[in-house]
Design a protein around this ligand. Structure first.
Ligand code: ADP
Ligand code: MG
Length: 328
């Protein structure tokens, strides 16, 4: 499948997964790939922008104001932060309450309201995302979601509120959000995981929760930080060196032997987990390589974007369609 076709299947892509698995990194790489495919992309960071600025080579953290962070021919990436407070101010301003809006938020009234009406923060943010999606200014809106447990709660908040609010603007906001979440042509969730035991367990469990509780379509699973399979790791180091015409000192030989054993163990663990994931979660996969660098920046984002691009090329459109049918 062509990356552009893949990335325009739905206008909102929520990137979710356990903390530290690479959600922000994958969000940046997807944004880059989409912009390189000629799309206008908006990246929305919830709460704070985390590693996003450094992934785009920006020197300060992102804010409420939209900021162009990458341009490529017809495509571009714009980034912004969207907090519940921001969303509330905007909501009040849109509803003719401009003068009180800022003061209300500064006075901490949102905290009081949020305690009284669970789900209101999430609805304000998702309502804003829905408004951006509807406005159609961007071809793709990428949401760097909170860690999984929170993300499920985040997305189910709309139904909770719908049950609680009998009428009024909040109820219609909630039902609009639910409509967006349930429409695979408008919104999908991409789950990110690492090929390790606990993250795979959590991924399998939450995948079902997203489908059952939120009713949102799950796109392919992004398996991040996969180690490339190296051959010959079980060879005896001394013999392998001799074969290559090298003579190694004993400490070097021992260190290499240890490194090879470590990598072999890691590879075996990884293949076992990848196999388990395949049998227990029938979703297409996009595998991304582990990059051996101290800190990821725009260059690594470009490499990961290219890796997503070629993994997407290998995706079978009919397999994706089958996943779509199952989820709805
Ligand atoms: N493919 C990768 N190769 C190497 N390091 C990675 C890769 N993906 C993410 N990382 C690193 O892992 C850490 C967590 O990534 P991040 O995207 O911030 O995760 P999350 O947003 O899920 O918390 C960061 O230090 C990041 O640089
Ligand atoms: Mg993050």
């Amino acid at each position: 499948m062509e990356p552009r076709a893949f990335l325009t299947q739905s206008r909102v892509l929520v990137v979710a997964g356990k903390g530290g698995v690479g959600k922000t990194t994958v969000t940046a790489a997807l944004a880059r790939l989409a912009a390189d495919s000629g799309l206008k992309v908006l990246v929305v960071a919830l709460d704070d922008s985390g590693a996003l600025p450094s992934l785009f080579g920006a020197d300060s953290s992102f804010s409420y104001d939209e900021q162009v962070v990458y341009e490529s021919g017809a495509g571009s990436v714009v980034a912004r932060v969207l907090t519940p407070d921001d969303a509330l101010v905007e909501y009040l301003m849109d509803h003719g309450l401009k003068r009180v809006a800022k003061r209300l938020v500064q006075s901490g009234v949102l905290d009081v309201v949020a305690t009284a009406i669970p789900g209101i923060r999430e609805i304000l943010v998702l309502g804003k995302v829905k408004q951006i999606e509807r406005a159609g200014e961007y071809d793709l809106v990428l949401l760097d979601a909170p860690a999984t447990g929170h993300a499920v709660r985040f997305l189910t908040s709309a139904s909770g509120l719908l049950d609680a609010a009998r009428g009024g603007p909040l109820r219609s906001q909630a039902s609009d959000v639910i409509e967006m979440l349930h429409d695979p042509g408008r919104c999908q969730v991409l789950l990110v995981a690492l090929p390790e035991e606990t993250p795979v367990n959590e991924l399998i469990e939450t995948a079902y929760r997203f489908e059952d509780e939120v009713g949102v379509l799950l796109g392919p699973v992004v398996v991040n930080s996969c180690y490339e399979q190296l051959e010959g790791l079980s060879s005896e180091v001394g013999a392998a060196a001799a074969l290559a015409g090298e003579e190694l000192e004993a400490p070097v030989q021992a260190a290499l032997g240890e490194a090879a054993a470590f990598r072999l163990g890691r590879q075996e663990l990884q293949s076992a987990q990848l196999k388990r994931l395949k049998t227990e979660l029938p979703l297409p996969e996009l595998r991304l390589p582990h990059l051996f660098v101290a800190e990821l920046g725009p260059e690594e984002v470009a490499r990961l974007a290219a890796a997503i691009g070629s993994a997407v090329q290998g995706l079978d459109a009919s397999e994706l369609a089958a996943a779509t049918r199952r989820a709805i």
